[in-house]
Design a binder for this molecule. Structure first.
Ligand SMILES: Cc1cc2nc3c(=O)[nH]c(=O)nc-3n(C[C@H](O)[C@H](O)[C@H](O)COP(=O)(O)OP(=O)(O)OC[C@H]3O[C@@H](n4cnc5c(N)ncnc54)[C@H](O)[C@@H]3O)c2cc1C
Ligand SMILES: NC(=O)c1ccc[n+]([C@@H]2O[C@H](COP(=O)([O-])OP(=O)(O)OC[C@H]3O[C@@H](n4cnc5c(N)ncnc54)[C@H](OP(=O)(O)O)[C@@H]3O)[C@@H](O)[C@H]2O)c1
Length: 248
């Protein structure tokens, strides 16, 4: 029988803002496919608290990387924020989940829509070289409340340099003005055509697959709008255009 947990050692914690941070963990035995998540667990007040987190690193990178927001009164996310180099954390031995390219039909353009920390699994996928063989263009859309939450700019810039006009990166900042970002929310801009216009691409059923990850309300509202333009949920036994992963 496989072990339930693998011992992980915290190698670094990068604090992006007062609430956003990334934890780098050494746990070489953990296996996963880009886009998947595993569980992390800490012993808090003598109780084990475990939650799922997506891998941000690609499978060929040495350290595991998890991107988290500290949710007010959230037991694990507030505790993980205080982790220091050398601390221990339990890590699930393997990845789970279907937000992976193996599950996506061959199409021309892949759209990856994220709120907040849900940009993580897409970065794992996009850092994995052979991911790019499958699509002509990749549109990564990241929606956050405030511009300081547009993290991972170094990774984004590396992808831009490498993939040039095959990589389209679009940002939303919903609660303040921000240069170069759209204001508001993704679903409305699907309905009014602003997102397609910004990307310079049409979301047509014969050339598009959309991955959506993060806030469950965003997933729901976005799916409603995508269905109006002819896209449908993707299932193994009934191929479609929309693949989703709720974060809560
Ligand atoms: C498949 C899967 C993958 C996940 N991957 C990640 C990840 O990579 N990074 C990450 O930060 N979280 C991720 N989550 C959420 C994560 O598991 C925890 O729920 C979160 O870190 C809060 O944990 P908590 O114990 O502090 O509070 P919880 O009791 O788990 O959550 C309390 C509340 O916080 C809110 N919340 C939870 N997660 C988020 C979030 N990411 N952004 C905004 N609000 C949130 C919700 O309102 C939730 O009801 C994932 C969840 C699932 C199901
Ligand atoms: N972000 C922060 O400054 C901050 C700081 C400390 C703690 N937290 C905690 O973290 C959690 C939320 O974090 P978050 O800001 O990463 O996630 P979030 O609330 O999911 O917001 C991320 C983005 O998703 C958008 N969104 C929300 N609902 C949507 C919908 N139905 N359709 C389309 N877009 C939608 C938001 O727009 P809107 O702005 O229009 O909602 C925002 O642009 C909360 O528990 C919060 O208290 C956040």
């Amino acid at each position: 029988m496989t072990e339930k947990w693998v011992h992980g050692e915290v190698v670094n914690v990068k604090h992006w803002t007062e609430s956003l941070y990334s934890v780098f963990v050494s746990a070489p035995a953990v296996k996963f496919v880009a886009g998947q998540y595993t569980k992390l667990s800490l012993s808090l007040k003598n109780e084990e608290v475990a939650r799922p987190y997506s891998f941000v690193n690609s499978p060929d990178e040495e350290l595991l990387e998890f991107y988290s927001v500290s949710v007010p009164n959230g037991p694990l996310s507030t505790a993980m924020q205080t982790l220091k180099k050398g601390d221990s954390i339990k890590v699930g031995p393997r990845g789970n989940g279907f937000l992976i390219l193996e599950e996506i039909p061959n199409v021309e353009n892949i759209w990856m829509l994220a709120t907040g920390t849900a940009i993580g699994p897409y970065l794992s996928i996009l850092k994995t070289k052979n991911s790019w063989d499958k699509f002509k263009k990749v549109v990564l859309v990241h929606a956050v409340r405030y511009k300081k939450e547009l993290t991972y700019q170094d990774t984004i810039n590396t992808l831009k340099e490498e993939y040039k006009d095959r990589f389209i990166y679009i940002t939303y900042v919903s609660r303040e003005e921000a240069e170069y970002s759209l204001k508001g929310r993704i679903p409305k801009d699907i309905s009014n055509g602003i997102l397609e216009e910004k990307a310079g691409l049409k979301m047509k059923p014969d050339n598009t697959h959309v991955m959506i990850c993060g806030n469950p309300e965003m997933l729901k509202d976005t799916t409603v709008e995508l269905k109006k333009i002819g896209l449908k949920k993707h299932r193994r036994n009934s191929p479609g255009h929309i693949t989703t992963e709720n974060y809560w």
